[in-house]
Design a protein around this ligand. Sequence first.
Ligand code: MN
Length: 247
Amino acid sequence: MRILISNDDGIFAEGITVLADALAQFGEVYIAAPDRNRSGASNSLTLETPIRVHRHSPTRIAVQGTPTDCVHFALNAWLDFTPDLVIAGINHGANLGDDVLYSGTVAAATEGHFLGAPAIAMSLVGATHFATAAAVACKVIERMREQPVPENRLLNINVPDRPYDELSGWEITRLGARHRAESMIRDEDPRGHEIYWLGPPGARQDAGPGTDFYAVDQGRVSITPLQVDLTAHQTLSAVDQWISGEK
Ligand code: MN
């Protein structure tokens, strides 16, 4: 196999290093990752400045850009083949529910999916047991080699932060949801100018059985198949009726 790995925590993060080491058993591993932490970058692209790259080795490149830039660069300018898998992570922290809209980890996988490769986003619900998430990734890849993911879906995988032997199984889930984020935190810089920090994410709102939140709370690996089409298909006719007086 030829595997492209990216992430949003940056090329020096522990998660991507553990993942790359674990996946070497499957074949050739290529890494294109941001040169610094770009968590929360979502699907952003760098359009107004050039994208500089630093070749650490023939198979490992740090990109001065977003996670999406990294995968875009790798598939359009670096590798002369489409990888058998694009995998993003292992993220330091969960990507559950609404988080996937902001996640650079999911975005990197999404870009691979857009560009025609099977794709996985891997996140650890914490920052300790990266080996557990790496072992889960290996199991999923073994399964993919036997049989492709149904309907060519992108997979968002979250792994509880505990030793592999202490996982309580695996569950296929849907995305849950959070309440709106908490207030921003106002502060002042040393020159007396106001500055703001984003507040913590909102509390869980839709986190019952069947959701990704619930599965990881129960100690289970959560696998959510994702699609990119955000159309609210079931609402098309209601909006059509709503606007009909104006057309
Ligand atoms: Mn991250």
